[in-house]
Design a protein. Structure first.
Ligand SMILES: Nc1ncnc2c1ncn2[C@@H]1O[C@H](COP(=O)(O)OP(=O)(O)OP(=O)(O)O)[C@@H](O)[C@H]1O
Ligand SMILES: [Mg+2]
Length: 336
């Protein structure tokens, strides 16, 4: 059993004026896939590295499996980390790359072979075991890097943007494979990304970090439906939620809930007279960007009759279903 707990953890780099990670409280359940997401520089890698024992914490307690590991060396923590730049050893075969850490720990060769073979099977790499990394595709190399972590059978997997070297299509495929593999293994995993789509599709729960401060931890659906503040509302979902002032509050309406008014639009909907700026046609749907009273808004539009830039349209939304945030501090004012 390896739940992970951050208890009031602050991390400050030497000489830095303020903490990079500020009083982080986070409980990750045994076997959970927790995604840490947030903009560049918000402290995701720092948090993960602190869990790995690669950064010192200023205050607070980190525990793995109920054991306080705050003062432990990385090697004592029984974790395996996959980095963004997972350099493989070019002169070694796939099998040698995967077994290298085990060889260093002086495991008998027969055991190393068995573990490598098992990991290769899980990752679909059996036929590549004798190849060198240069003779593999990007996705296959990525899987070898995963395999290196896998063979160690750690308590916790830590992954820091492991897919960012892959092209868009391979990324989508590999993220599904990584998520499925994690579920099969049931190993507690903390996965860092700045890509909110990756976060939403992979995580059991998603933790949103901003400027070193945890904003919200919740299952993807809840994060989407009930963002606790304007920041989370704007960060999760693409294109971003429309946020604009109305009736003294900040109203939030997702592009998919923003309509272009027509004959069948209910009379209870609020209408906003806007002028179309840009239309993005994606094939199955279009995004219509329009300006209303100085605010750029976006509506998803499924119809084939797409308005053109310069057209006047009436955007419409259901005020009952809209999110509402405080104009003072951005906190959520109501649940839907
Ligand atoms: N060794 C260091 N010394 C001082 N400051 C650092 C150090 N490493 C990182 N930082 C700073 O800490 C902050 C958080 O960095 P971190 O690498 O954790 O961000 P991140 O969320 O992983 O961003 P990205 O998505 O760009 O990888 C940044 O402002 C960064 O400049
Ligand atoms: Mg990072």
């Amino acid at each position: 059993m390896a739940p992970v707990t951050f208890d009031n953890v602050s991390i400050r780099y030497p000489g830095a004026e303020r903490a990079t990670v500020h009083e982080l409280d986070l409980e990750i359940a045994d076997g959970e896939f927790l995604v840490l997401v947030g903009p560049s520089g918000c402290g995701k890698s720092t948090t993960l590295r602190a869990l790995a024992g690669l950064e010192e914490v200023e205050s607070g307690v980190i525990s793995i499996g109920g054991v306080d590991v705050t003062g432990q060396e990385p090697a004592e923590r029984d974790i395996a980390m996959v980095f963004q730049n997972y350099a493989l050893y070019p002169h070694m075969t796939v099998a040698q790359n995967m077994g290298f850490a085990l060889k260093l720990s002086k495991l008998p060769k027969s055991e190393i072979d068995a573990k490598v073979r098992q990991a290769a099977e899980l990752l679909g790499l059996e036929e590549f075991l004798d190849r060198k990394p240069k003779d593999l595709s990007g996705g296959q190399r990525q899987r070898v890097a995963m395999g290196r972590a896998l063979v160690r059978n750690p308590k916790v997997f830590l992954m820091d943007e492991p897919l960012s070297n892959l092209d868009a299509k391979l990324r989508v495929q590999t993220r599904a494979e990584v998520a499925a593999l994690q579920r099969r293994l049931g190993t507690t995993t903390v996965y860092v990304t700045h890509d909110q789509v990756e976060a939403m599709t992979m995580g059991d729960r998603v933790a949103v970090l901003r400027d070193g401060i945890l904003q919200q931890v919740a299952p993807p659906r809840e994060l989407y439906a009930h963002p606790v503040n304007e920041f989370v509302a704007g960060f999760i979902g693409s294109p971003s939620m429309n946020l604009f002032p109305a009736d003294g509050v900040t109203v939030g309406v997702r592009p998919e809930s923003m309509l272009i008014a027509g004959a069948d639009t209910p009379s209870t909907y609020r209408r906003l007279a806007a002028v179309v700026d840009i239309v993005e046609e994606l094939g199955s749907e279009s995004y219509v960007y329009a300006t209303w009273e100085g605010h750029r808004l976006v509506a998803r539009w499924d119809s084939s009759a797409v308005p053109a830039p310069g057209d006047s349209v009436e955007l419409a939304y259901d005020p009952e279903g809209a999110h509402r945030f405080s104009p003072e501090n951005g906190e959520r004012l109501s649940s839907r």
